[in-house]
Design a protein around this ligand. Sequence first.
Ligand SMILES: C[S@@+](CC[C@H](N)C(=O)[O-])C[C@H]1O[C@@H](n2cnc3c(N)ncnc32)[C@H](O)[C@@H]1O
Length: 335
Amino acid sequence: MRYLGGKGLMTDNILGVVDENTQGVRSVLDMFSGSGIVARAFKEAGFSVAANDILYFSYAINRGTLCNNRTSRKLRELLAHLNHLPIENIDPNDVNNFIAHNYSPNENCQRMYFQPKNALKIDIIRQEIERLRGELNENEYYYLLASLLNAVPFVANITGTYAAYLKYWDVRTYKDLTLEEIPVCSSRKRCTAYNMNADELVRDVRCDLVYLDPPYNEREYLPNYHILETIARYDNPEIKGITGMRVQNDCKSDFCRKKLVRDAFNNLLQNLNCKYVIVSYNNEGLLPTEELVEVIQNNGKADTFRLFEYEYRRYKNKIPNNTIGLKEQLYFIKK
Ligand SMILES: C[S@@+](CC[C@H](N)C(=O)[O-])C[C@H]1O[C@@H](n2cnc3c(N)ncnc32)[C@H](O)[C@@H]1O
């Protein structure tokens, strides 16, 4: 899944830094795991991995993809079953079909996030996954949910995030929403997922290496991914405004606030119980490079500190490129 600040193009660099600068690392915590792509790369590289994020939809993806070691025949059959649920007699005006009712044009709604048929499919698939829950173990349940969450962006009428929808229908929205089998990597190492504020989790977890990739600007994640969060929680939230955002934002991050970000880094680094830390950031983040260097050095063995910089690379997309001069950074220190 394309994700704001996603590190899909950085996984080789991150694993390279681990390889060249650490010894004896077996367990890794990806504290701000977002799409989970870095956590999965760590798993594929043979580590025992824990992935955390404050957003529940990220937890669902991690739990479904990181914590499963194979896609069973049962799961494949269930994906086929979910893809063939009939939508013909489903009422888009029924308030219980939350996505169709609120995010697709109908007599009560003008929002254009999804074509009506796909919005209804999201609802009936989501309801069926919940109905099936009693017959599934938790990893199976989250695998199906992850597969639904992965399928949604392919039919959503957006340019990248859910903070706005397009005012015309993009061609992609005419495709039928289809759940695909998500390949999962098999491993004998324990993998876990958490859905906690980093501030709290840091007190409970002990591991060899912690990878930190917090937000680096003022853009909060919940407003940008509110529909995925609502599909994952399916909790009929109170919503507001043109885009139907969730009214309650219990996922606000100190890392998105200029006045709080330095202390947020400091508190987190102080409390980490691990041998090594790697931080992803960039040279235009809310906390200037010199300050972040100081905070990290104050919370580890300063002589082991290293800063690696890489030209920013981006996926091709329709948004104009204004990333000249932007550098991805990896900060490394031994605690
Ligand atoms: C830059 S993104 C991580 C991207 C991820 N590494 C990837 O490649 O997809 C930052 C993530 O931090 C999460 N986040 C922000 N504040 C948090 C907090 N206090 N505790 C836990 N997660 C938080 C956001 O929800 C978001 O998913």
